[in-house]
Write a protein that binds this ligand. Structure first.
Ligand SMILES: [Zn+2]
Length: 129
C-alpha cells in the first residue's frame, strides 16, 4: 500500500521515507516542502539567537530529516543528539559565567562609586519628616 519514495538517499540507497496519500515523494524529499522547511529553519534565525544557536538549529533539523529519511541510522543520530545536549549545557554554563561576570563588574563599579562618596545613597539623605 505504501509507495516508494523515488528520491535516493545521499549514499545511493533507496529512501525509506513514507509517501503521504496523494503525494509522490516522502515529506523530506517533496520539493513542495523545501521552502517550508527552509522557512522553519530560519524562523529561529530572527531575534537574539547567537550564531552557535542558529548552527545548532540547523544541525538538529538536518539530523532529524536524515533520521526520518533513513540517511542516518538512529544510533549515530542518538549519539549526535547526546553530544548536542552536552554542547547546550556548555552554552548555558558560558551564559551563566558571563552573566555573573557582568553582575560582579557592576557591583564593583557601585562599590567604588560608594567608597568615593558618589552614587546613590538613599539612606544617608535627611528624612522628609
Ligand atoms: Zn524520500
Amino acid at each position: 500500500m505504501t509507495r516508494q519514495c523515488p528520491t535516493p538517499k545521499r549514499d545511493g540507497d533507496e529512501c525509506r521515507g513514507n509517501v503521504p496519500e496523494g503525494k509522490y515523494h516522502c515529506y523530506f524529499h517533496d520539493p513542495a516542502n523545501t521552502g517550508k522547511r527552509r522557512k522553519a529553519a530560519s524562523k529561529g534565525g530572527k531575534g537574539k539567537l547567537s550564531r552557535v544557536s542558529k548552527d545548532l538549529h540547523v544541525l538538529l533539523e538536518t539530523l532529524t530529516e536524515q533520521v526520518m529519511s533513513g540517511d542516518v541510522e538512529p544510533y549515530p543520530a542518538s549519539v549526535a543528539g547526546s553530544l548536542i545536549g552536552v554542547r547546550l549545557r556548555l552554552l548555558e554554563y558560558e551564559r551563566k559565567l558571563k552573566e555573573t561576570d557582568e553582575v560582579i563588574g557592576r557591583l564593583d563599579a557601585l562599590e567604588e562609586a560608594a567608597s568615593k562618596g558618589r552614587g546613590p545613597r538613599p539612606l544617608a539623605r535627611s528624612a522628609p519628616w
